[in-house]
Design a protein around this ligand. Structure first.
Ligand code: SAH
Length: 213
């Protein structure tokens, strides 16, 4: 598959759809306009890639809806060189958005099939996360902590304590919490012990997997 002017036009339209839904951050919209989402999907989905929808990516997982990606990314308030941990690499699309914002990205995937496929894809596309890891995101990544931001891209039945503990003071955890549907939740670390919590609307994610593989 190639990236063409037609795809570029569809990306611009997608950015307009996200603006209409409330996304405001220019850098996030620029990332949506820049990243060829159709290349993250199997060729059968090429014609649909710029709809604001989630699509299957194998191993019973989905690429997140662009609105959700933009919404979560806005909440992270990324500055260049921020260290960001992503739980749930999936297709790598959210990873590419974080890289576009010049974050240093550490990303963890639990499904081996997706981990292998997406790691190869990053190489092919010349996307360079700091680390792409096969493992369990519930534990975070203690050896590279603390992080300026942590983003969880699967529905978490509860908030893993390890993730809160791996935030810098001032750092942000963006996590969808719930079982059947999820409440987007933002935690900001105010001090060693204090966290401010905000709940920001209802979303639907595939579940964060425990004790598998
Ligand atoms: N950011 C991805 C979203 C993929 S869906 C994208 O835009 O494509 C969520 C992903 O989280 C799936 O790939 C799933 O396999 C992964 N996942 C689920 N539980 C996990 C866990 N405990 N640790 C790491 N990844 C997990």
């Amino acid at each position: 598959m190639k990236d063409t002017l037609k795809h570029q036009g569809m990306r611009n339209q997608l950015a307009d759809v996200l603006i209409a839904k409330g996304i405001q951050e220019q850098k996030v919209l620029d990332a949506i306009r820049a990243i060829p989402r159709h290349l993250f999907l199997d060729s059968g989905f090429e014609d649909h890639a710029y709809q604001d929808k989630a699509f299957p990516i194998g191993a019973e997982q989905t690429i997140s809806q662009p609105y959700t990606v933009a919404f979560q990314t806005e909440l992270l308030q990324i500055k260049p060189n921020d260290a960001i941990l992503e739980i749930g690499t999936g297709s790598g699309y959210q990873t590419a958005v974080l890289l576009h914002l010049k974050a240093k990205v550490f990303t963890i995937e639990r499904q081996q099939e997706l981990f292998k496929k997406t790691k190869l894809f990053f190489g092919k596309m010349n996307y360079r996360p700091k680390k792409v890891i096969f493992g369990d995101g519930y534990k975070g990544l203690p050896e590279d902590a603390p992080f300026d931001g942590i983003i969880v891209t699967a529905g978490a039945p509860h908030v893993p304590k390890a993730l809160l503990s791996q935030l810098k003071i001032g750092g942000r955890l963006v996590i969808p919490v719930g079982v059947d549907s999820q409440v987007m939740t933002l935690f900001q670390r105010k001090s060693e012990k204090a966290f401010e919590k905000q709940e920001l609307g209802s979303f639907r994610f595939v579940p964060l997997l425990e004790n598998r593989n």
